[in-house]
Design a protein around this ligand. Structure first.
Ligand SMILES: [Zn+2]
Ligand SMILES: [Zn+2]
Length: 516
């Protein structure tokens, strides 16, 4: 506010000080990419410019917000892992998980019908189906699930994935693990993709035989395989298993998964489930590129040599009689039991969140030959039905339109820093900690406000009206000034909290500074 009176010469020197201000901001955990908003206070009629933390992790490259998000994730992980009371669930948006649930339910129904036809006992399968019904209804999907699946095109029956041959327990309507002698053990599991060729120190021993295409495809479909694993896990465990998982890069640039699982199963069963889990990709082939460049005609893409139109996505799909790709885990499956509140549990939580402030490719040496070759493979691998890369393989992408160029897909999956994995880095099941990330955030905030003896600002949601600020708005101070102002504010809070801490007895306020 005082800064508009700052002499012009000083203000012009400000950009030079920006780097310094940014460093100071980072040291103090203050957001370095704040978003300026105008806030009208409807009770006082006063308008102020307020800096809101960018809040995001990777795209904004703001280490302070990334660090805070990581701490929230750790709190979320900790709260859910050994939960001993059933969480209360609020309805949510449909997720991939629910889509799989429907498919899984169709698998089980088909199996039941077969068993019934053979005149055998269906009690077990009926119990599983009943459990699934509850699960599906809880997942917020109403109506006839089976009906919806069978109204799909006829190919869905043919292409339905077989339920792997695994032991299964009766479905119980609980998300909690069992207790053993008063203990409530949980699991920490690591799942890895198979080998694509011998690797030393993260680099292929022989890059020419290393299977880059396979590695790229597996990375692209990795999240589907994880979904399958969870479905199989629930079926074997016989309860609504909850998990908190993170996807991280291995040195060889393949994604792998660390998963905190609530409740426990024998490790041999985890291995069995991982070995039996697979995902089929029913896409056209993407191994042999065509020897022409498709051009856009009146009705889509055509071969300029013959004038013939390329098959549309739906036509190409209808012609398939086998999956183009099947993805499975590698044999490296680690699982260990972890007890609530143990040192082990803390260590696992740190491990789970280790890479959350970095993008997947950050840990890799981006300029190594291996990284370059992998990026090349990813560049031409179709990432989705709408990917322009399909033109390279003589198929029109879904929703094809003029101007598509193979190798120029803008989807996240092709970007080297994502290593082919476009999914979420943190996968949390719906009934994990009983709270959303926003609620975990609000928790910390409320706690700090209470510690400071200040009422939480969220009291009246209609008190403030927010408006965006135009670029070059004269009310906005230079970024360096804004950062230093936030730092000063942060330091004031800290001092106040130290004061409280000195007076407090037995209450741990050490983490509060981070939440402030
Ligand atoms: Zn930020
Ligand atoms: Zn693509």
């Amino acid at each position: 506010m005082t800064d508009r009176k700052t002499p012009r010469a000083v203000r012009q020197a400000m950009p030079l000080a920006r780097d310094v201000a940014e460093e100071i901001a980072k040291l103090n955990g203050v957001c370095i990419r704040p978003i300026a908003l105008k806030r009208l206070d409807t009770t006082t009629g006063k308008t102020e410019v307020v800096d809101v933390p960018c809040g995001s992790t990777l795209e904004s490259k703001c280490p302070s917000c990334a660090k805070r998000n990581k701490q929230l994730r750790m709190a979320q992980c900790r709260e859910g892992w050994h939960l001993d009371q059933e969480p209360i669930i609020t309805p949510d948006e449909p997720t991939d998980e629910q889509t799989w649930l429907v498919e899984f339910c169709a698998d089980m129904q088909a199996q039941r019908d077969q068993v019934a036809k053979a005149g055998e006992d269906t009690t077990d399968l009926d119990a599983v189906l009943a459990g699934l019904d509850i699960e599906i209804n809880e997942a917020g999907m109403r109506g006839s699930v089976i009906g919806r699946t069978t109204t799909k095109r006829s190919r869905s029956t043919k292409r339905r994935q077989d339920a792997p041959d695994l032991p299964k327990r009766k479905m119980e309507n609980t998300t909690l693990g069992r207790t053993y002698n008063g203990y409530r053990p949980s699991l920490f599991v690591t799942l890895t993709l198979p080998s694509y060729g011998k690797v030393r120190n993260g680099s292929p021993v022989d890059p020419d035989t290393y299977d880059y295409a396979q590695a790229a495809r597996d990375a692209l479909h990795f999240s589907k395989l994880v979904d399958r694993f969870v479905q199989n896990l629930r079926r074997v465990a016989g309860y609504d298993v909850q998990y908190f998982a993170t996807v991280e890069p291995q040195k060889r640039l393949a994604p792998h998964l660390h998963m905190a699982i609530r409740g426990t199963l024998p490790r041999s069963e985890i291995k069995q489930i991982a070995a039996a889990t697979y995902h089929q990709v029913w896409w056209p082939q993407a191994d042999e590129p065509v020897d022409y460049e498709p051009v856009w005609g009146e009705d889509g893409y055509l071969n300029p040599n013959t004038g013939e139109y390329l098959p549309t996505w739906d036509e190409a799909i209808d012609q398939l009689d086998e999956p183009s790709h099947v993805i499975r885990f590698g044999d490296q499956v680690d699982g260990k039991g972890v007890l609530a509140g143990s040192k082990d549990a803390d260590q696992c939580i740190r491990y789970l969140s280790k890479y959350l402030t970095k993008s997947l490719g950050d840990t890799a040496e981006g300029h190594s030959t291996h990284a370059t070759r992998f990026a090349d493979a990813l560049r031409y691998e179709p990432c989705s039905p709408t990917c322009p890369n399909w033109l390279r393989y003589g198929v029109q992408p879904k929703n094809a339109k003029a101007g598509m160029t193979p190798g120029c897909c803008r989807s996240k999956a092709h970007k080297p820093e994502h290593l082919g994995y476009a999914g979420r880095r943190v996968l949390v099941s719906r009934k994990w900690s009983n709270k959303t990330l926003a609620e975990h955030k609000a928790d910390r905030r409320t706690w700090v406000m209470e510690a400071l003896g200040e009422p939480d600002a969220a009291a009246d949601p209609h008190r403030y009206v927010w408006r965006p600020v135009r670029v070059g708005d004269p009310d906005i101070d230079p970024i360096g000034v804004r950062l230093l102002r936030s730092v000063a504010e942060r330091q004031r809070w800290r001092a106040h909290l130290r004061d409280l801490e000195a007076r407090a007895t037995g209450q741990d306020l050490s983490a509060v500074g981070e939440a402030a």
